[in-house]
Design a protein around this ligand. Structure first.
Ligand code: ZN
Length: 130
């Protein structure tokens, strides 16, 4: 397993971690990479990596789905962040073939921050094919 840290810039941000994940699977051939975030207010998602308006739209849509002024009870006051993190999920699995992540042309891997800015940890495990 390999890991790296990401400093997120704002309370809500989609940080492109494709390059770090690509580096973390170097030296592996066939199998799958599991990208995992050990946090409760951040997640991992795969989406468009070309037009940045897609990320802005995701942020806007998630804010509409889970506004921070819902009648939450969690005393920390960040239940919108916990809920959005669960919607994204805490891991993504990407097939690995010929030593390359099998991402589509327009796909990037994102750490989805919902309660930043913070330093987040990302773990990458390779499940090697026999
Ligand atoms: Zn909390």
């Amino acid at each position: 397993m390999r890991s790296f840290e990401v400093r997120t810039p704002r309370r809500v941000a989609f940080v492109d971690i494709t390059a770090q994940v690509t580096a973390a699977v170097e030296g592996h051939g066939e199998g799958a990479a599991v990208v995992y975030v050990p946090h409760t207010t951040a997640g991992v998602t795969i989406n468009e990596n070309v037009d940045p308006s897609v990320r802005a739209d995701l942020e806007m849509a998630l804010e509409r789905l889970v506004p921070s002024d819902l009648p939450f009870t969690h005393l920390e006051g960040n239940s919108d962040a916990h809920t959005k993190a669960s919607l994204m999920g805490s891991s993504a699995t990407i097939p690995l073939a010929g030593g390359r992540l099998q991402l589509g042309t327009w796909q990037g891997i994102y750490l989805a921050e919902f309660d930043g800015p913070r330093t987040r940890r990302v773990l990458v495990s390779v499940l090697a094919a026999p």
